[in-house]
Design a protein around this ligand. Structure first.
Ligand code: G6P
Length: 289
């Protein structure tokens, strides 16, 4: 059965939306190919989208799954997190398996970055599971390098009750304290995230992909999510702005930080070098636990 993705206005964003017979649905904004909503058959929303997010078609959307490309954060001369999240992407394919969005170099991208590229974001939806894969190809005559991340804002009932497992033994850089350590055994908890927030980069071993589990054991809904990253995601970034930063973010309600935790598939510490014609991809899969 061919499946229709329809163009809608979703909470003020120009977006593509699909619904499945089991009641699950997904919404992808044209801007940034940013996944804004993923609901499973049980009616639950799994992504956080800030109600205060700007809706001018250019400013970064606060929530969902921003694609940070071709630069992560302020690790280079480009605007923070690159330009891909600020530009409209083209819808290329859409069926019952998912959707493919595309961004290629244009006058708008060359104003920031001189290189030719083809970026495609494939969002695949199955019962209880969603996968996001960014395929990038160097279509230039010369080599170039990039950093990137799938910056997923996962919705949680209460971040203070949330636990993330699978990070033990990984080298960690705490971006707030600027300290480095090896993550000790046990889960990472966010009970003390309240004021200062949480901003850490975990380095993952080269050969294997990463498997994480997000749990909220104390919360009645008992929400659990399995998170799997491709081996090309050499880092996992975990971010929550906390109380103080939320107050200064105009596009986030003061208490918005309580309902979200960013768990990001990233490739940032060593820039990815692509020769002319060379493809590369990074993915994150979310599955109900
Ligand atoms: O506010 P944004 O530009 O969307 O960035 C939001 C956050 O992204 C990442 O998670 C970084 O690790 C944080 O340092 C940054 O604050």
């Amino acid at each position: 059965m061919a499946h229709a993705w329809t163009r809608i206005s979703y909470e003020g964003f120009a977006a593509w939306c699909a619904q499945w017979p089991d009641g699950s649905s997904a919404v992808v904004a044209e801007q940034g190919a940013q996944l804004l909503s993923w609901k499973t058959a049980d009616g639950r929303e799994h992504l956080y989208l800030s109600p205060a997010s700007l809706r001018d078609g250019q400013a970064a959307i606060r929530g969902g799954v921003p694609v940070c490309f071709p630069q992560f954060n302020t690790r280079g001369p480009l605007p923070k997190h690159g330009f891909a999240r600020n530009l409209p992407w083209q819808m290329r394919e859409g069926d019952e398996a998912g959707i493919v969005m595309q961004l290629t170099d244009s006058e708008a991208t060359r104003a920031y970055w001189p290189h030719a590229f083809d970026a495609r974001l494939r969002i695949g939806v199955q019962a209880g599971s969603l996968s996001i894969r960014l395929d990038v190809q160097n279509t230039d005559q010369v080599a170039w390098s990039m950093t990137c991340a799938l910056h997923s804002y996962l919705q949680v009932d209460d971040v203070a009750q949330t636990r993330l497992s699978g990070l033990q033994g990984l080298a960690c850089w705490d971006a707030l304290a600027d300290t480095r350590f090896v993550q000790p055994p046990g889960d990472v908890g966010f009970a003390t995230t309240t004021e200062q927030g949480f901003d850490r980069v975990f380095s993952t071993p080269d050969a294997a992909g990463t498997a994480l589990q997000l749990r909220q054991p104390e919360v009645p809904s008992g929400r659990r999510l399995e998170i799997v990253h491709s081996s090309t995601a050499s880092e996992v970034v975990v971010w929550n702005p906390g109380l103080l930063l939320s107050h200064s973010l105009a596009d986030m309600p003061d208490d918005g930080w309580r309902q979200m935790l960013c768990v990001e598939a990233a490739s940032i510490d060593t820039p990815v070098q692509l020769a002319p014609g060379q493809p590369w991809s990074i993915s994150q899969t979310l599955t109900l636990g």
